[in-house]
Design a protein around this ligand. Structure first.
Ligand SMILES: Cc1cc2nc3c(=O)[nH]c(=O)nc-3n(C[C@H](O)[C@H](O)[C@H](O)COP(=O)(O)O)c2cc1C
Length: 219
């Protein structure tokens, strides 16, 4: 069900212009030169597979609705953007119901999950109405709803939303941030895992190891 109000059609086409720096490491013949993204004959599965090779953490992005209830969604497209001012972004499918609540000037939380919070990741990507059922949460300093036992949490104010393709980029100014000693949950090749601190060894070690559940990562 789409209850969101997308910000209109994509604002024009992007031009793909390979440069020497972005082609480093690739055979230049592998880069398809095309003026319009929409005309590139890309195999979607190749795209997904390539993206899945980039390890990320997992966040639950949360917001309190105008009705006072907490809402949340599993998001791994989180990244920091700027130190001054302190900005971060998440990319959210424009059909997601959460976008109806993530409006300019509203505060939201980015809960970076711990290695043992895989179930939260699954839950907050499934049935919309069940997500906060029996889940403990508390009000942050901005009153954004926050989860317990996470590796880190950032509270942000929505300063910009940009619709691009089938997603909305939501840019937040960070107003509060806190981190714990907990090891973060990791995500790679569509599997969950955990991060191993390689500083203890003198040789490079795999930085991601399988989770106990076996639904882990190749190292
Ligand atoms: C590991 C993982 C990462 C995800 N990352 C994102 C993301 O970055 N952006 C997004 O829009 N959806 C992401 N999703 C999908 C959403 O969590 C889920 O499909 C979405 O909440 C369903 O739409 P709804 O919120 O309207 O119910 C992710 C799901 C999983 C399991």
């Amino acid at each position: 069900m789409n209850t969101t109000t997308p910000g209109g059609p994509p604002s024009g086409s992007l031009t793909a212009t390979p440069t020497s720096s972005c082609s480093r490491g690739l055979d230049s013949s592998e880069i398809t030169q095309s003026p319009l993204l929409s005309s590139i004959n890309l195999d979607k599965e190749d795209f997904r597979a390539a993206c899945s090779k980039f390890p990320t953490g997992i966040t639950i992005t949360t917001v309190k609705g105008a009705d006072g209830r907490p809402y949340g969604i599993t998001v791994n497209s989180f990244t920091s953007v700027s130190w001054e001012p302190p900005l971060v972004l998440v990319c959210i499918d424009y059909r997601s119901q959460i976008l109806g609540h993530l409006v300019i000037h509203r505060y939201f939380g980015i809960n970076c999950l711990s290695h043992d919070q895989q179930e939260l990741s699954i839950r907050f990507s499934q049935s919309w109405n069940e997500r906060f059922h029996d889940i403990a949460w508390y009000d942050g300093v901005t009153r954004a709803p926050l989860l317990f036992d996470v590796a880190a949490v950032l509270e942000c104010k929505v300063v910009r939303t940009v619709r691009i393709g089938d997603h909305m980029i939501v840019v937040g100014e960070v107003v509060h941030a806190k981190s714990s000693e907990r090891t973060p949950l990791a995500y790679l090749e569509r599997n969950y895992g955990t991060v191993v601190n390689s500083r203890s060894g003198c040789r490079p070690e795999p930085i991601i190891s399988k989770t106990d559940s076996g639904a882990g990562l190749e190292s």
